[in-house]
Write a protein that binds this ligand. Structure first.
Ligand code: PRX
Length: 664
């Protein structure tokens, strides 16, 4: 870890006690209560997790809580359950039958309310329909959808029949979708004709068509959303509404083994190939439900809005599984934060240019808990206070942040301008691999410090250690590790158990290594300092520099490429690519544009390099390793200069190169 990242951590000494009114009604009401709960979990972790898991609906109880043989954990052994029963049936069959499960607003402004009773019928229909299409337990189904209720219904239907889903974010390209389908050998894809984004249609079905030739996919289910023209392949493509309408709303859910895979979700690691993070049914659902209840302090009258797309783990755990397991009402919004409602849905009232869309949604739906990413918060700050000020946000009682470090300035703005100095903020640290929140304040108990995710949740044993696994003193930087297994830890990387072992348990002896640097202060508060590997975080989206490099070098005009992240005020990090063209090709803006488009085609718009710098050669160590650290400094040290910049001052670079040569 470079010392500069340690120095760059902002230590904000100010601390905010949980608002009294909030604390009075909260589940955990004081720091002492949190500490008591934490100590209880430490004394007997298995008994603690057994109690937590007991809140799910099990068809058959487990015989043993944990089987741990590093790096392999099995939880609730012998237990059987169906995730969709815990999330839907038990509410639909009880007092919450007519309670809203999903409140939906499309980008144009169309709305739907789906009760638990209706959700149950839809999930049962979809489960029957998927079975009729030939999807079998254990076979993967890819879901490539906009943020519409059918996405959640599809996930729950897959869970119901024991077919693990792999949701691919709708912003990923056809190529990226194909890679993921190939890796898990998906049998079917559930998609939509399109999805709305800033008034335009994202051509999801076209992308699926381009992705699946020659793959294992034999069925494509298409939800009609945008009514855009799409190609159709008889025998392979079916309309969602046709198969759902034809299916029975009765479906007996079989109970699956606690360790049965619930889903895999691809995320970026340090190599070019994304990895399929595999999660189990019982363990995953235990932590998703537990954290939703504790961190968001969910109550029956809450309207919980997590703005993440279901293509990311945050959408899995806090749009679908966690809140629904608690019988909560979630809000799903399809589109961009700066898209106005179309006049067809505004009873003639102009809605401006849409920079207030989120606040408009919060006001109209009475959102009480709002969970979003620092990049979005920074964008809202930039757009100006007049947009939230134009709306009544008094329904809000709790705010959350996730996905990247939140700078204290954005934290303070969030608290004051959105939370009216009244709502606690939970800055939640976790990862695709952890399945659920690991470090976070409990909103009624933990005094918060802007920029710190504060303390680990009860049951989660974290530490900051050096390379040898020794804890570092308070205030020093080190590696963030988790010392004991937890129910929702990833079980493997799909198809590559060796990579799983090496990546997460091979770096530091005996513990799970998260890939993040952190510091713990004198109060035991954790300050996350960001990744210490070649993973970068662009606008809360996790990308690997190698993945972007692989995309670049697959272009015929590129000889070599190196990609680094540079700090970016808005997005956290921005992608800078250093490229050496093959001889005979001119390094100019046209090539820069071509390469950007190529990366978008290979991965998706989220990976588009912010800046491409052409270089005759890349700086390397004597052993031929590209000196990324040097490139990072070059990328962040000087102003953006456009595509045609070369690594001009080779003399200086060489000198620097020599000094780094010794280090790397
Ligand atoms: O670097 C950490 C950062 O996001 C990474 C995990 O990314 P992903 O698997 O895509 O999951 C994102 C949503 C959970 C982490 O390794 N990260 C996540 N939350 C925080 C964070 N960094 C600082 N503070 C956070 N609250």
């Amino acid at each position: 870890m470079s010392s500069s990242s340690i120095d760059s951590v902002l230590t904000e000494t100010r601390s905010f006690a949980p608002p009294e009114e909030f604390a009075r009604a909260a589940r955990v009401r004081s720091l002492a209560e949190y500490e008591e709960l934490y100590a209880k979990a430490e004394r007997d972790p298995e008994a603690f997790w057994a109690e937590v898991a007991g809140e799910l609906q099990w068809a058959k109880p487990w015989t043993r809580v944990l089987d741990w043989s590093l790096p392999d954990a099995k939880w609730f052994i012998g237990g059987r359950l169906n995730a969709s029963v815990s999330c839907v049936d038990r509410h639909a069959q009880g007092a919450r039958k007519n309670k809203a499960a999903i409140l939906f607003e499309g980008e144009p402004g169309d709305t739907r309310v789906i009760t638990y009773g209706q959700l149950h019928r839809e999930v049962c229909r979809a489960a029957n329909a998927l079975t009729a299409l030939g999807v079998k337990p254990g076979e993967f189904v890819a879901i490539y959808m906009p943020m519409i209720p059918e996405a959640a219904i599809a996930m729950l239907a897959c869970a119901r029949i024991g077919a693990p889903h792999t949701v691919v974010f709708g912003g990923f390209s056809a190529e990226a979708l194909r890679d993921r389908i190939d890796d898990c050998q998906a049998k079917a894809v559930i998609t939509a004709d399109g999805g709305w984004r800033r008034g335009a249609v994202i051509p999801l079905k076209d992308n699926v068509d381009a992705a699946i030739d020659g793959t294992t996919v034999s069925k494509v289910v298409v939800v009609r959303r945008c009514n855009n023209d799409i190609a159709w392949k008889d025998g392979r493509d079916v309309w969602w509404h046709d198969i759902i309408d034809a299916a029975s709303a009765k479906h007996e859910a079989l109970a699956h083994d606690s360790e049965h895979p619930l889903f895999s979700l691809y995320t970026s690691g340090t190599t070019g190939k994304p990895k399929g993070i595999l999660h189990s049914t019982g363990g995953y659902l235990t932590n998703a439900a537990y954290t939703s209840k504790l961190v968001f302090d969910l109550r029956d009258d809450d309207v919980f809005w997590c703005t993440a797309d279901i293509g990311w783990v945050t959408g899995h755990s806090y749009v679908v599984y966690g809140p629904l397991a608690n019988g909560a009402t979630v809000l799903m919004y399809e589109g961009a934060p700066n898209a106005p409602r179309s006049s067809a849905f505004t009873s003639g009232h102009a809605t401006g240019i849409g920079l207030d869309r989120f606040w408009d949604i919060i006001e109209r739906w009475g959102v009480t808990v709002f969970y979003t990413a620092p990049t979005a918060i920074r964008a809202f700050m930039k757009w100006g206070d007049q947009h939230p000020a134009a709306h009544d946000l008094s329904s809000l009682r709790l705010l959350g942040s996730v996905g990247e470090p939140i700078n204290p300035e954005a934290w303070m703005w969030y608290r004051k301008t959105i939370g009216g100095d009244r709502c606690p903020i939970v800055d939640t640290w976790w990862q695709t691999e952890t399945g659920a929140i690991m470090i976070s304040p409990l909103p009624g108990a933990t005094p918060t410090k802007p920029g710190s995710a504060t303390r680990p949740l009860p049951g989660i044993a974290v530490d900051v250690v050096n390379k040898d696994g020794q804890p570092v003193p308070a205030g020093s930087g080190g590696f963030l590790v988790i010392k004991r297994p937890w129910p929702s830890m990833l079980r493997t990387i799909w198809g590559d158990h060796e990579r799983f072992t090496k990546t997460y348990f091979g770096e530091i002896d005996g513990v799970y290594f998260a890939g993040d640097g952190a510091r713990r202060d004198e109060d035991g508060y954790y300050w996350i300092m960001g990744r210490v590997d070649d993973v970068i975080n662009v606008a809360g989206h996790r990308l690997s520099t190698m993945e972007v490099e692989s995309a670049l070098v697959s272009h015929p005009k590129v000889a070599e490429a190196a990609v680094v992240g540079r700090p970016d005020e808005m997005k956290g990090q921005a992608i800078v690519a250093f490229v050496t063209p093959r001889s005979g090709f001119v390094a100019d803006e046209i090539l820069g544009k071509e390469l950007r488009e190529h990366v978008v085609k290979e991965i998706g718009a989220l990976a588009r390099p912010e800046e491409i710098r052409f270089a005759e050669a890349l700086p390397k160590t004597r052993s031929g390793k590209i000196m990324r650290r040097l490139l990072r400094e070059v990328a962040s040290g000087s102003k953006a200069r456009g595509d045609t910049t070369t690594l001009e001052d080779q003399g200086v670079l060489e000198k620097l190169a020599q000094s780094f040569d010794k280090e790397e």
